[in-house]
Design a binder for this molecule. Structure first.
Ligand code: SAH
Length: 360
């Protein structure tokens, strides 16, 4: 079974070669690519313009990764639907569908089952790494959500479970498939890949001159504080990380986004903002502040809106373009890894207190 190729992970030219091996004309591969990556077909039977015989032989010789919806929850305001999706072999990942008033539809996808990075405030990090997802498992999260919602994606963010740059080949392949004209055609400028800050991989992306938005999780203005929140930071000091980001910006012409999760009393004081301003001065940077989404059992607090405003104002004063992430889905456990955790057998699902959900 597993030595059969997963068509969901193959680029159009690879699909053409595959059908050629089956003795078919190459244009059948292009038809196949539109079914698999454009329409996100759930099975071979749906591919009605392929001869029945070819469909049967494809089903016998190949696989088509199709994720199953285990559970979905929609926030009270209807803006966010969170999905728990099962891979064919049973492991589950989380994906989120976000709706914006201007019509945008953003898919947040996972790149790994679990995560090895163990950031201290993140729910996904608690359980450790299961395995890497394949490109087909990454892209099918978007197809599965389109299928379920009946809506069409406009943006994709690689900000779900896992560290995308620790699964670089599959991530790059998934980006190409989502961007391809025979796929969903999501523009490179509408694709964001978020990383904990793996320097060698960022440098590789710079050399490849990929055009997506790179978002780097900074979370602190100095090495000591950063290492206390993001263990892997011990391997890549801030000066090295920022040099790699500068290189990425130079080579791609794209401004790098820095993410900064705000933890009350830990990294959200005005002096942190001022230091961050100094640190990023001269970089073509943009800062996205994320007030911490509470994870039950973790010893942090989400700052009140006035503290968030104060921090953002100090950054802007330092000349940094700054946005605050609009909180979505706090009432549906939309923070990384929370839905999966609540759904794991043997664990007591822990509800987000109504007071927090209401505080949005
Ligand atoms: N591994 C990638 C993607 C992680 S998820 C990375 O580290 O960037 C995307 C962002 O959400 C990261 O900045 C991550 O640090 C942040 N995040 C994780 N848990 C969070 C929580 N409970 N509340 C707010 N942001 C969180």
């Amino acid at each position: 079974m597993s030595d059969r190729p997963d068509l969901r992970g193959l680029l159009q030219d690879e699909l053409e070669s595959w059908v050629a091996e089956l003795g078919e004309m190459r244009y059948r591969g292009r038809q196949l690519a539109r079914w698999v990556h454009g329409r996100g077909a759930r099975d071979f039977q749906a591919m009605t313009d392929l001869p029945a015989d070819l469909r049967r032989r494809l089903a016998e010789t190949s696989r088509l990764t199709t994720l199953r919806v285990v559970r979905s929850t929609t926030s009270a305001d209807g803006s966010t639907t969170k999905f728990l999706l099962a891979c064919p072999e049973g492991s589950t990942v989380e994906s989120v569908w976000m709706r914006y008033a201007d019509g945008r539809r953003s898919a947040c996808v996972s790149t790994q089952v679990g995560c090895a990075m163990a950031c201290t405030f993140c729910a996904t990090g608690l359980a450790g790494l299961g395995r890497n997802l394949t490109a087909g498992e990454i892209t099918d999260q978007v197809h599965a959500m389109q299928h379920e919602t009946g809506e069409r994606v406009t943006h994709v963010v690689f900000m779900g479970m896992g560290e995308p740059l620790a699964n670089l080949e599959a991530t790059l392949r998934a980006v190409r498939l989502l961007n391809a004209p025979y796929g969903l055609g999501v523009g490179m400028r509408r694709i964001t890949v978020s990383t904990v800050g793996l320097v060698p991989q960022i440098l590789r992306l710079a050399e490849l001159r990929v055009g997506f938005t790179l978002a780097v999780s900074l979370h602190a203005p100095d090495d000591e504080l950063r290492q206390s929140l993001v263990p892997i930071a011990a391997r890549y000091p801030l000066d090295e990380l920022l040099r790699a980001c500068t290189r990425y910006a130079q080579r791609t012409g794209r401004r790098v986004t820095f993410e900064y999760v705000l933890l009350e009393g830990v990294n959200d004081e005005v002096h942190h903002a001022r230091r961050l301003g100094k640190l990023l001065r001269g970089l073509r940077a943009h800062v996205n502040l994320i007030p911490w989404n509470p994870v039950p059992g973790l010893p942090y607090r989400r700052p009140q809106p006035d503290r968030v405003r104060r921090f953002a104002a100090a950054l802007r004063e330092a000349g940094l373009p700054t946005t605050v992430r609009v909180e979505r889905g706090v009432d549906i456990l939309a923070a990384c890894g929370q839905l999966r955790e609540a759904h794991t057998p043997g664990r007591t699902p822990r509800r987000v207190p109504a007071s927090l959900a209401a505080a949005r």
